[in-house]
Design a protein around this ligand. Structure first.
Ligand code: ADP
Ligand code: MG
Length: 568
């Protein structure tokens, strides 16, 4: 009778259930499992930091709709993933974390890296369990994957003690498990779709908001058709960019504050009324705004603001039914209405303000100029990964997405340090699903620092990521070189260097020398253009462009603070 070990049972179950990518860091007790993954035909990507591995695994989940696996060792290895698990859970992205744990006969007597892993993971998960035997691993794998994908997507954790992974069992005695298969599609109640259109038709100042739920739902064609037919203005959330193309004439992204504040009816498609959308409340929204909300998650309905129409359903069939209903009623919103006139005026005023920043091309460079010329130089179907404070916020308004799921950023949890892990996942996605597409990873210098060593992972896996570091020598802002030298001369940097300051003009691009390659140091626009061109020509590994900008460059003045102040 042939025997099989726990490692092989686990790797085979993952493969059978359609998992393709495992990101992680191996060590005791999961080294053999990492090898088993490759033997069974899974892609294994060894990373340099567990957090980054966890970010990569969740990004591949968002891009493909199937969870990536994050594989880590016991104790500290797993604890390092919690930032990533929380990030995935809060962004509603599918992720499966697998942790090795101390052998069971060492539990309670101070085992190596012994830690109550199942309980500790539970707050960040939809499902957290340790299979009680090798034979039950396939069942737990199916259940965990199902939990990550069904309903509102999220995180699952499976715990495997070292002794279980290495245990040999009789192959024939392991029960076969059925496959998760496709996620069942939840259709909307037809009466609610009619009611939604009743409300929409009455609106004087309607607005569609597309969120990353619409991107994840693959509802881009339906959403774009709805905008095309109705001529309604739309506003994307940060990662909802590209559901309807950013270049679409009905985008009112440049009139965001006015659109939100003045809309009387908001059609909310896969976005939450959380801090990103200012809770749907005054002063950023009209106190009488009527919300038509569509979300896969029933518990999300009526959150923060009571919706006029609340629909629990998948966005793809819902938006299609909305489209059919508006077509039946021939509802087309007047392009000459006061609402469109106001929005167009605001967009134009904003365009002029931005253009005046773009026009300043003398060094030291500002954000707007850098992003404008970067946008001109990159292919317009690129996947853009972006993080950092100003880098992400200003970049979002200038770097365009015309396809869904083509923007990955700090997201709902506002997590910094996600960029390189996300970029690695996006580059693997391109390699396997969209070979000509490029990944442009635009990082603030501080954000880059969280997981900068993942550049080695990019090199090892031959991932042609273009890394652009927008270097202002600090968090939010830096200081000029002479000021920095003066501060550093002081006795104790711990007393004199402000918390937001990093070393001025750090030569990040020289990290490419680690691989006997050359990075690009950029201080002018012609240098930037040349560096992007050279970097796009590199096909077999990362390239790095270190753009030195004015340490006090900032956003143009805003009507509101970025976080709505609490009045309670
Ligand atoms: P954003 O940050 O873009 O506003 P959020 O993450 O806040 O997006 O909201 C996305 C919403 O989309 C979540 O409430 C989630 O439940 C929902 N969602 C995810 N997938 C689907 C789907 N297939 N159909 C409908 N809603 C979905
Ligand atoms: Mg910075």
């Amino acid at each position: 009778m042939s025997t099989i070990d726990g490692n092989t049972v686990l790797a085979r179950s993952l493969k059978e259930q359609g998992i393709e990518y495992v990101f992680g860091i191996v060590g005791f007790p999961v080294i053999e499992f990492g090898m088993a993954c490759q033997t069974e035909g899974l892609n294994y990507i060894g990373m340099r930091n567990e957090q980054a591995a966890c970010y990569a695994a969740q990004a591949i989940g968002y891009l493909t709709g199937k969870p990536g696996v994050c594989l880590v060792v016991s104790g500290p290895g797993l604890l390092h993933t919690y930032g990533g698990m929380a990030n995935a859970q809060i962004n509603c992205w599918p992720l499966l974390v697998i942790g090795g744990s101390a052998p069971q006969d060492h539990e309670g007597i101070g085992g190596f890296q012994e830690c109550n892993q199942v309980e500790l993971s539970r707050p960040y998960c939809k499902y957290s369990a340790r299979p009680p035997s090798v034979g039950l691993i396939p069942m737990h794998v199916e259940k965990a994957i199902r939990y990550t994908m069904y309903g509102r997507p999220g995180v699952a954790y499976i715990d495997l003690p070292g002794n279980m992974l290495s245990l040999q069992v009789e192959e024939e005695k392991i029960p076969r498990q059925y496959l998760v298969g496709d996620v069942p599609i939840i259709h909307p109640q037809p009466s609610l779709i009619k009611k939604a259109v009743d409300v929409l038709i009455q609106a004087k100042r309607p607005l569609i908001i597309t969120g990353k739920g619409a991107a994840y739902a693959n509802a881009n064609i339906e959403c774009t058709s709805l905008v095309n037919y109705t001529n309604l203005p739309f506003l994307p959330s940060p990662m909802g960019k590209g559901v309807v193309p950013d270049v679409h004439k009905n985008s009112v992204a440049s009139a965001r504050s006015t659109a939100l504040q003045k809309a009387d009816v908001v059609l909310l498609l896969g976005a939450r009324l959380n801090w990103i959308l200012h809770f749907g409340r005054p002063p950023r929204f009209d106190p009488n705004v009527k919300v038509i909300q569509i979300d896969i998650c029933a518990e999300e309905l009526n959150n923060s603001v009571k919706s006029e129409v609340a629909i629990q359903a998948d966005l793809k069939p819902s938006v299609l039914m909305l489209l059919e209903e508006v077509q039946k009623r021939r509802f087309v919103f007047d392009g000459k209405s006061d609402w469109w006139t106001l929005l167009n005026e605001k967009c134009e005023a904003n365009r002029k303000a931005v253009q005046s920043m773009i026009d300043i091309i003398e060094p030291p460079l500002n954000y707007y100029t850098v992003f404008h010329h970067l946008q001109e130089a990159i292919p317009d179907n690129s996947i853009i990964v972006s993080e950092g404070a100003n880098t992400m916020d200003i970049g979002r308004s200038i770097l365009l997405n015309n396809l869904p799921r083509h923007r990955l950023d700090a997201g709902t949890f506002g997590t910094m340090g996600v960029g390189l892990g996300f970029a690695i996942a996006a580059a693997l996605y391109c390699r396997d699903y969209a070979p000509k597409k490029r990944v442009i990873c635009v990082e603030g210098d501080s954000a880059f620092g969280f997981s900068g060593m993942e550049i080695e992972t990019m090199f090892r896996h031959k991932l042609p990521i273009v890394l652009v570091i927008v270097n202002n020598s600090g968090i939010y802002n830096g200081v000029p070189k002479d000021v920095y030298s003066e501060i550093r001369e002081m006795d104790k940097p711990s007393r004199s260097v402000p918390p937001t300051i990093l070393t001025t003009v750090t030569r990040y691009e020289t990290m490419m020398n680690m691989f006997e390659k050359k990075g690009h140091l950029v201080t002018t626009i012609p240098e930037l253009k040349q560096a992007v061109k050279d970097s796009l020509a590199v096909q077999d590994g990362p390239s790095m462009i270190n753009v030195i900008i004015n340490p006090s460059a900032d956003r143009k003045p805003q009507a509101f603070n970025w976080l709505t102040e609490s009045k309670l």
